[in-house]
Design a protein. Structure first.
Length: 283
């Protein structure tokens, strides 16, 4: 095999997939995943979407060969099913899904709070994976944490790793109990960053900047700093120290933010509250 062929295959790892990928729910996260799968080489004919309220983008995909809401008996053998509906409708969806999950199917849920125990009760005997992505998946820069039950084979785990990596990085947890904290940190985390940008813009206005300029500066600073953190081999603490000159303006601001562990203590409380809420929702 030549290097160019090997590189092409690694860039399109779903190009030679046998079997069908079934997507249940094509909202924002489901749509991000399916676009990622197509970009990884998944043939449209191998993709089936079940979506009762299809958005404007789905008919165009159907014209490319993606099967949209076909009869159940026309779906064929399902290699993997991705359950991307809101957790509130899970009790209605799971009984409909059960006949489509065969002995060789791996079922993946990205429903927040729905545990492996819940999934196993709905799909007894199935290979199951619970996963938590986050909203930067919409631009391919998300991160997902996944945990599998004992029935998932090595090949199925590799397939799901590829499917989830279509929207960003993937980490695997051995202990499902970690998923509540994962939800609180990375699942809800984008909202914390957006709030930071909001607060910075308002603080800029309070300091005398025109609102439009303050918003533009806050947005660009948060986005650029995130990109620097993503690309740099240095950890966040070291990057922070590089910006902070002794006795300078940044040091003056950090003295306020870090007084009595202020920002860190606040985030610790916030993530603890989100973790508790995740556990409560899971029952």
């Amino acid at each position: 095999m030549t290097a160019s062929v090997s590189s092409a295959q690694s860039a399109r790892p779903l190009a030679h997939l046998s079997g069908t990928i079934l997507l249940i729910g094509a909202g924002k996260m489901g749509s991000a995943l399916l676009e990622g799968w197509l970009a990884l080489g998944l043939a449209p004919a191998h993709l089936v979407i079940i979506e009762p309220a299809p958005g404007d983008h789905l008919p165009a995909l159907a014209e490319r060969g993606v099967r949209l809401n076909p009869p159940q008996d026309a779906i064929g053998e399902v290699a993997a099913v991705m359950i991307a509906v809101k957790p509130q409708v899970a009790p209605e969806v799971m009984p409909v899904l059960r006949p489509l999950v065969g002995a060789a199917t791996v079922a993946v849920s990205i429903m927040a709070g729905r545990t492996l125990r819940f999934l196993e009760a709905a799909l007894p005997g199935a290979a199951l994976i619970r996963a938590m992505p986050n909203t930067p998946a919409a631009i391919g820069r998300g991160i997902t944490v996944a945990v599998a039950n004992a029935r998932v084979s090595g090949a199925q785990r590799a397939l799901v790793d590829t499917l989830l990596s279509a929207v960003g990085a993937v980490e695997w947890a051995a202990d499902e109990a970690l998923m509540d904290a994962v939800t609180a940190l990375s699942g809800s985390g984008p909202a914390y960053v957006f709030l930071l940008a909001e607060a910075m813009a308002r603080a800029g206005v309070a300091a005398g900047l025109p609102p439009a300029l303050a918003e533009k500066l806050a947005r660009a600073t948060v986005a650029g700093s995130g990109e620097l953190l993503y690309r740099s081999p240095l950890d966040a603490a070291t990057l922070r120290q590089h910006v902070t000159s002794p006795g300078g303006t940044t040091a003056a601001a950090l003295d306020v933010l870090m007084a009595n562990d202020g920002l860190e203590a606040l985030l610790t409380k916030a993530i603890a509250a989100a973790t508790k809420r995740s556990r409560d929702l899971a029952g």
